[in-house]
Design a protein around this ligand. Sequence first.
Ligand code: ZN
Length: 174
Amino acid sequence: MSIGLVFYPDPRLRKVCAPVERFDASLRNLVGEMLELMSSRKGVGLAAPQVGVLRRLFVCNVTGQPADSRVYVNPEIVHMSGAIEAEEGCLSIPNINVPVRRAMRCTIRARNLDGDLFEELAEGLLARVWQHETDHLDGVLILDRTSDAEKLAIRRTLKELEKKFRPARTAARK
Ligand code: ZN
């Protein structure tokens, strides 16, 4: 596998990503590797900036069954309703779980690997994952979506991640 996880506080996690323009073999290859990495880490979602690719796409799978793997390219959440708080973690921020308030249901509009536009409606965990991953494409992390009291509670764990962090020596893949 040629990709690896990017960890907090890597500045690449704070960038607004650019739209995907080419729906080609290299996109397909990247998505295959992202799905593999996500499943090896037992994650339910993984966005391109989390592997250092500053493009608007993410993969998810909320059941762990291969048939439920999904890809969303240039996604946009076009409708949200309801609100519910639940604990969230992030593969890029190890050992942290914080309560995050999200819409309960949402509609996403995105392109598939062929570049075709589609729309889907979800609620519960899948809707939460869509919101979490779409946030990544705008440089937004769960740390920005939780309460001040929670931020205080996780301060030491974040400090440890900040101490451990070494900036990548190679340029980010585009
Ligand atoms: Zn995340």
